[in-house]
Design a protein around this ligand. Sequence first.
Ligand code: GLU
Length: 424
Amino acid sequence: MNQHHNSRLYQSEVFRMACRQFDLAADAINLSAEVRARVKYPRRAIAVSIPVRRDDGRIQMFEGYRVQHSLATGPSKGGIRFHQDVTIGEVAALSMWMSWKCALAGLPYGGAKGGVVVDPRTLSPTELERLSRRYMQELIPFVGPDIDIPAPDVGTNEQIMGWMADTYSNHVGHLEPAVVTGKPLALGGSAGRREATGHGVAYLIRAYLEELGIPPAQATVAIQGFGNVGGETALALAEFGARIIAISDYTGGIHNPAGIDVKKAHAYVAYNKSLREFDGGAPITNEQLLELECTVLAPCALERVITEENAPRLRCRLLAEGANGPTTNAADKILGDRPEIEVIPDVLCNAGGVIVSYFEWLQNRQSYYWTRAEVLEKLHRQLDQAREAVEAQKRKMKFSRRLAALTLGIQRVADAKLARGLFP
Ligand code: GLU
């Protein structure tokens, strides 16, 4: 236990990190001690055991969580992560970040996150379906279009959301697409949702490059992670004319100063399931990738990869946080003393995903569907608003961009809690 949190349940480095960020932000806007505790800790957490019949007939148990951080401004919202290292503390931290992210983006949602301790690569498609359905089945009393709306995150995808929507729909007796977002188009998914997070990351990168006076065609980019976020960020930035000089996934990275053919990398991953032995450049490690000289460094994988070790050695102009929580508190402090590096903090940088999730939910509730162009147009408008609000707060309060983004999100949640009062 330390000063930043007094939770036994959520004990973990990453939860401590989210609490420390919160405390700094709460101090900066003088949040009263009473409101502070109410805004900081998750509202509730659900832990479930998930029995899954493997294809060979054995039954294996998995553990899953769903942490609902805030329900003060509407249903809670956030992805579900399938990863072998998931802990309830990590899920709690991710749920806090979802609250600030949704509030900053002006969405009528609180934050939530889910996770199952499993390496999905070790399951067959039929096993993955049984796991996904059983996890959703266990959550039925706690989710719904007005309660909590899951979505994809690391290790989950459209197909998994489709199975979850079907499981919930079978329970209520009719199709209820608005219970999850990030669904297949055929089941009420939104045009543009799959690429929304990476598209938003690239859109914001382009906006900040413009402020720095760097044309996209002169920018070099290193991206850690080649899943939904990193892969789509790479495609969109390449489209803008930027040179992608390094990409990576959990198997390692590729470096090519002349530029990587991102479309070829996508095709390779679609077929081979990872970048292992992709011959688009020289092999490098994930650690080396982060320290490459480049215009834009975009960590788009897991938390806590920019640390006090490598923060002094970063050689980028722009650090674009496609991942949630990629920068530790200590690293953030170091970056505070490196004004030559601009940071686009996670809660702003990757908000495109949940913004288009919100659009998907709206379309589901109206049964009225928008074109991809309409979705992207609205996404850009919402991202511009969030970015302008962050820049205004940064200037007015003389905050770092991260502090500006966090204080805006946290203040909005605090205002809602105060306006609602305490029940009973
Ligand atoms: N998992 C994504 C995130 O971290 C998307 C959440 C959502 O669309 O609800 O923002």
